[in-house]
Write a protein that binds this ligand. Structure first.
Ligand SMILES: Nc1ncnc2c1ncn2[C@@H]1O[C@H](COP(=O)(O)OP(=O)(O)OP(=O)(O)O)[C@@H](O)[C@H]1O
Length: 255
């Protein structure tokens, strides 16, 4: 189990003032949703947490070690990221793609073993793409590709799962299936930290929420204390109607 911590972190958004320093501790078992308007810095934050982008100020710690001091392989054994955009540069099947998730665990001359294959098969089944395993990735629909990307992260099996809009392209059934899977992973000790555009998903599936404002302001905490209509209206510059149904908060844009 791994803990992700930010220390006075200022992400580097070109030409933006520093804004509010992030001092967050993301613990095993938690599901975090990052909410904010386009351009607020959600993707930049995810990439900074993964050590792919330098911070402007402060730092990120993975189990008390600064991420920037860790080797990529050591990071990839503890933390994985599903990108918002993907470029599939060389032809690979769905199974070959899922098995890439095992690379951090193999030495450079080692090929995947039966156990790796079993993990990939299990992940493809969990994401409902096992029937596509011999298909080339570039023949898949957007939603199928998205599910393969999440299956690849599941095959990698890091403690910390970072996901950039994981329900992008997914139909309603698969949105629910993926969000349930992420919650189940957290319940088994993983840490889930994802960007979302859907307030209702955050309300239903996230234990914690980070609100990122365009001007660099930020606040975070337990979901029920963060999803307050006034704060969300300011966040999105959009009036909202909020309802309660079966104990769940539901937000819809006001006409
Ligand atoms: N290489 C770059 N050069 C200049 N500006 C950049 C660069 N990369 C990102 N930005 C800017 O930084 C800001 C934050 O981008 P980011 O992708 O993190 O936003 P986001 O919150 O994920 O947005 P979205 O909801 O649209 O996915 C945007 O205004 C973007 O244009």
């Amino acid at each position: 189990m791994s803990t992700l911590r930010t220390r006075d972190l200022i992400i580097n958004i070109p030409e933006r003032r520093d804004g509010f320093a992030l001092n967050m501790t993301v613990e095993p078992g938690q599901v975090w949703g990052v909410l904010g308007p386009n351009g607020a810095g959600k993707t930049t934050l995810l990439h900074t947490l993964a050590g792919l982008l330098p911070a402007r100020n402060g730092w990120v710690e993975l189990n008390n070690a600064p991420v920037k001091e860790l080797k990529r392989r050591a990071i990839a054994r503890q933390l994985g990221l599903v990108f918002q955009e993907r470029q599939d540069t060389f032809p690979a099947t769905v199974m070959e793609t899922a098995l890439i998730g095992r690379h951090p665990w193999l030495s450079p001359w080692e090929s995947e073993q039966g156990e790796d294959q079993a993990l990939a098969e299990q992940a493809l089944r969990a994401l409902d793409v096992e029937g596509l395993s011999s298909r080339l990735l570039n023949t898949l629909s957007g939603g199928e590709r998205q599910r393969v990307a999440i299956a690849t992260l599941m095959t990698q099996n890091p403690d910390i799962w970072l996901l950039d809009e994981p329900t992008n392209h997914l139909d309603l059934h698969h949105q629910v299936r993926v969000m349930n899977l992420l919650r189940n992973q957290a319940q088994s000790g993983k840490t889930v930290f994802m960007c979302l555009h859907d307030l209702n998903m955050a309300a239903r599936w996230c234990s914690h929420v980070l609100l990122l404002y365009t001007n660099g302001d930020a606040c975070w905490g337990a979901t029920e204390s963060m999803l307050v209509p006034e704060a969300l209206e300011r966040l999105y510059n959009q009036r909202l109607i909020s309802l309660k149904k079966d104990g769940l908060s539901v937000f819809v844009p006001a006409p």
